[in-house]
Design a protein around this ligand. Structure first.
Ligand code: NAD
Length: 482
């Protein structure tokens, strides 16, 4: 049994209540660990530790903060295989994916913000001979970072790195479904010599530990990634307390294919966009929209490839599709597949739970599923399923494609496939979406603004946007007249 601990004031501590939550391995269905069921008391302790560390950390020269963050990045790199294995056990994702994507990206996040801070500067506004204004960007103080289960260490570090780089102290909570790599990360921080209290990691349920972070008067900003309903709840608690808020929420992203695209590249990418991480990425292209001229060709080729995808033990190097994160999530995804059929959709392939032989017989596996025959108004095409399920719809004109693409409350990412460069610009500008990939998907440059519009969130992460979020701008105006 792997019992993990909170990381508070540089120490690994048991929760004050002595209570723990089961940690389930989704590919076997077995309880393999215990997670602290932290409460407001533990959060209070973490905030006190963060407060006590703030004066020293926020005034440490940027080069020294940078040195520690880069050391953490190096250690993530050194422990890559161990972290990837832990991520795969905790989350159900293929260990090969964690090795290639999750853990390298966590390392990149730490290195990117650890070095970005060396190049960070602020603006000056000069009023000819009358006055000079400059913007003093100060760290906020103690900030809260709350992250989801789908890309555990990847998204945890995506928040923590800019917060720490900018000189804040952090109280962070990973998802209770996938806490293991955050726990291992706390050991890495100790090994890297991060001063006590600068980062504090509190494990536990969202409704208890998470809520205590959002409510705490000592926490001045909340950076949250997770579901839209949770985001709304957090906003309702944090807004009246005038906390700074960054909300990265759900998506229902269109993958829009015009007749003139590079078919083979598009097909390969459509498969990746639909099913990477079992479809559990907020950026997944779960609504495929295909122009009439190549619709039949696409459906045939896509369904053939999807039918060949093998679902299996995430710990095998060869596995490309693993388990979904929990039994409850598996039931939710399966219920959406049922709903799609009640709404008149046809399942072209997949649609069922998979029983994997051997040790994974009780795991939470779902066949990659393709559904056609549904219009833009049904729930299947409007609500986030967050699993290995895609729908395909057809369109004739650019106007129809745009109407379909924008026909959801969400607006996180879109992937657009066309060889017509003027159409690419025109169409991108009309999409209600924070990110548009043209002839690609999930190609990330960490300097770009990341986030969504509509119900996909408020604010942007990435690059200077993240450092702006984690600092409070102060205008200093100096009169130059005698
Ligand atoms: P979730 O909202 O259930 O949980 C996210 C985190 O919030 C967890 O750590 C949870 O414990 C915590 N939490 C839950 N209730 C809380 C409360 N009342 N107060 C404070 N914290 C609380 O989301 P999830 O199921 O873990 O993640 C899946 C969702 O995340 C999907 O909707 C997905 O689209 C979204 N997501 C968005 C992005 C993005 O960048 N926009 C990235 C990844 C995932």
């Amino acid at each position: 049994m792997k019992v993990i601990a909170n990381y508070i004031h540089g120490e690994l501590l048991a929760p004050e209540s002595g209570k723990y939550i089961d940690n389930v391995n989704p590919s076997t269905g077995e309880v393999y660990g215990k997670i602290p069921a932290s409460n407001a008391f533990d959060v209070d302790r973490a905030v006190a530790a963060a407060k006590s560390a703030f004066a020293a950390w926020s005034t440490l020269p940027a080069a020294e903060r940078s040195g520690i963050l880069v050391r953490i990045a190096d250690l993530i790199g050194e422990h890559r295989a161990m972290l990837a294995e832990a991520e795969a056990i905790d989350n159900g994702k293929p260990v090969s994916l964690a090795m290639q994507m999750d853990i390298p990206r966590a390392e990149d996040n730490m290195r990117f913000f650890g070095t970005a801070i060396l190049h960070w500067s602020s603006e000056a506004h000069i009023m000819e001979e009358r006055a000079i204004n400059y913007t003093n960007r100060k760290p906020i103080g103690v900030v809260g970072c709350i992250s989801p289960w789908n890309l555990p260490l990847y998204l945890f570090t995506w928040k923590i790195a800019p917060a720490l780089a900018a000189g804040n102290c952090v109280v962070a909570k990973p998802s209770e479904l996938t806490p293991m790599t955050a726990f291992l990360f706390s050991k890495i921080c100790i090994e890297a010599g991060l001063p006590a209290g600068v980062l504090n990691i509190v494990h536990g349920l969202g409704s208890e530990a998470g809520d205590a972070i959002v409510n705490h008067s000592g926490i001045k900003a909340i950076s949250f990634t997770g579901g839209t309903i949770t985001g709304a709840r957090i906003a309702s608690v944090a807004a009246p307390k005038f906390k700074k808020l960054s909300l990265e929420l759900g998506g229902k992203n269109p993958f829009i294919v015009f007749d003139d695209c590079n078919f083979e590249k598009m097909l390969r990418t459509a498969l990746r966009a639909a099913f990477t991480n079992q479809g559990q990425i907020c950026l997944c292209g779960s609504r495929v929209l295909v122009q009439r001229g190549i619709f039949d060709r696409f459906v045939e080729a896509f369904v053939k490839k999807v039918s060949e995808m093998k679902v299996g033990d995430p710990m095998l190097e060869s596995t490309k599709t693993g388990a979904v994160v929990s039994e409850a999530h598996m039931q939710k995804v399966l219920s959406y597949i049922e709903l799609a059929q009640t709404e008149g959709g046809t399942v072209l392939c997949g649609g069922k739970r998979v029983i994997v032989d051997g040790a994974c017989a009780n795991g939470f596996f779902i066949e990659p599923t393709v559904i056609v025959g549904l219009g833009p108004d049904c729930r299947t095409n409007r609500e986030e399923i967050f699993g290995p399920v895609v729908t395909i719809q057809s369109f004739e004109t650019e106007e129809e494609a745009l109407a379909l693409a924008n026909a959801t409350e969400y607006g996180l990412a879109a992937s657009l496939w066309t060889a017509d460069v003027t159409r690419a610009h025109r169409f991108s500008a009309s999409l209600e979406s924070g990110i548009v990939w043209v002839n690609t998907w999930l190609l990330r440059d960490l300097r770009t603004p990341f986030g969504g519009v509509k119900h996909s969130g408020v604010g942007r992460e990435g690059g200077w946007e993240a450092l702006r979020f984690f600092t409070e701008p102060q205008n200093v105006c100096i009169d130059l007249t005698a």
